[in-house]
Ligand binder design. Structure first.
Ligand SMILES: *[C@@H]1O[C@H](CO)[C@@H](O)[C@H](O)[C@H]1NC(C)=O
Ligand SMILES: *[C@@H]1O[C@H](CO)[C@@H](O)[C@H](O)[C@H]1NC(C)=O
Ligand SMILES: *[C@@H]1O[C@H](CO)[C@@H](O)[C@H](O)[C@H]1NC(C)=O
Length: 390
């Protein structure tokens, strides 16, 4: 494996033992306030008891819901202050809603389970449950509060996967989506290059070790998360180690769009909590070369699904209009994998490779000048898909 990964893992271990965090976290609401906008905080409980926080920047134009990716939170959409996507939309008068999936910093409550004391049951989820429960609950909240019949939506990375899960398993929700702008969409992971492909190969062994050690989630507020932020925020080596050593090999290299200033801002909160099951489910999707439900092993699959193999997500049922926006230098959402997705979805209204040839997986949320190569496409599509209030 990549040598910097071992250096990073050793660093994680040392920092787990000796490290501490210094920078206080700045919340989504605080970041919105700094741009001069007013925000609201809404809560919604999913059918299986997770309590989610949804931020809103009220506006007079139709509502638009933004869903973050893996290891991420609603902070991602406001990280770049006045130049962020959420604030740009708010400045144009859109009614902006920022969702948070179960388990993250803003959505860690549950009506019965305690994420620490009942860790095994609490963290027993992947992107599957976020698509099946979190997203529908969030959409219903926005529709109820705003009184529109359909809403516009934007997802980044796993924030697109959950729409594909929802659209295939709860097809009635396709009718509630005016349009989905899928930024760096993820569904197949069959063409992921090394070093990530090498890590995915050892994922079954890693999962077994973590399960044996009763580690059901990683990063975020766990010791490994505090250690990661302590390393990545080090003013001397944080950027070279975490950007060049860890992030760029996985998401694609683009130092110009991800300079130290943005790196240190991001690691104010990133990486957030992630369920081991969610990581392992993605690894299964890649290893089994199938966008399918979680593989529990043949016997358990028989009990849960009535079949030896887990059922595939039927993408032909995802009837919502989808715009696919991707970066040519994205090593996670590769153009080859997006091609598979594009062929499987029945209602792709636009396919755009961004006009910035080094665009990687993160540039679509944090890119330094994304207002040039991303926002114009987004605004054009939104202008075509108006969702007016009643
Ligand atoms: C962001 O915009 C608001 C409103 O125009 C302004 O008050 C604020 O100073 C701006 N922030 C920065 C960092 O430029
Ligand atoms: C959850 O459990 C932990 C440890 O068992 C405890 O410290 C914490 O207060 C509990 N949280 C709630 C909200 O009850
Ligand atoms: C985890 O969820 C699955 C269904 O998705 C269920 O079969 C299993 O019993 C659950 N395990 C725990 C520990 O809650």
């Amino acid at each position: 494996m990549h040598v910097s990964y071992w250096a990073f893992l050793c660093g994680l271990f040392v920092n787990c033992v000796y490290g501490e965090e210094k920078t206080p976290r700045r919340s989504t609401a605080e970041r919105i306030a700094l741009t001069g906008h007013r925000s609201e905080e809404h809560y919604v409980t999913t059918d299986d008891g997770y309590v989610l926080t949804v931020f809103r920047i009220p506006g007079s134009r139709g509502p638009i819901l933004l869903m973050h990716g893996i290891l991420d939170t609603s902070d991602t959409w406001v990280l770049r202050g006045n130049n962020s996507l959420a604030i740009t939309l708010a400045n144009l008068g859109y009614d902006v809603w920022l969702g948070n999936c179960r388990g993250n910093f803003y959505s860690k409550d549950h009506v019965k389970l305690n994420a620490t004391a009942d860790a095994k049951a609490y963290w027993n989820f992947s992107f599957h449950e976020s698509g099946l429960y979190d997203l529908p609950a969030t959409i219903d909240l926005v529709l109820k509060e705003t009184g529109v019949e359909k809403l516009n939506t934007i997802g980044h990375s796993q924030g697109t996967t959950i729409f594909f899960v929802m659209g295939s398993l709860r097809p009635e929700y396709n009718d509630k989506i005016n349009v989905l702008l899928a930024l760096a969409p993820i569904a197949h992971l069959q063409n992921v290059p090394p070093p990530l492909s090498s890590i995915i190969k050892v994922a079954p062994a890693l999962e077994a070790v973590l399960s044996e050690a009763k580690q059901y989630y990683l990063l975020g507020d766990s010791p490994s998360g505090k250690a990661a932020r302590s390393i990545c925020n080090n003013p001397l080596y944080g950027y070279p180690v975490c950007a060049y050593g860890v992030a760029f090999p996985v998401v694609g290299t683009d130092a110009e769009e991800y300079p130290p200033a943005i790196h240190y801002e991001a690691f104010n909160y990133y990486p957030d909590n992630v369920a081991v099951k969610s990581l392992y489910h993605f690894a299964q999707v890649s290893l089994r070369k199938q966008f399918a439900q979680y593989d529990n092993g043949a016997l358990e699959n028989l009990k849960i699904y009535g079949s030896v193999s887990p059922p595939k997500y039927d993408l032909s049922k995802v009837k919502m209009p989808v715009a696919l926006l991707c970066g040519a230098n994205d090593k996670l959402s590769t153009l080859d994998d997006v091609a598979l997705l594009r062929a499987a979805l029945p209602n792709v209204i636009q396919y755009t490779v961004l006009n910035w040839k080094r665009a990687n997986h993160l540039d679509l949320v944090w890119g330094k000048t994304m207002e040039k190569y991303l926002f114009p496409d987004i605004l054009k599509i939104l202008a075509r898909y108006k969702n007016l209030r009643k």
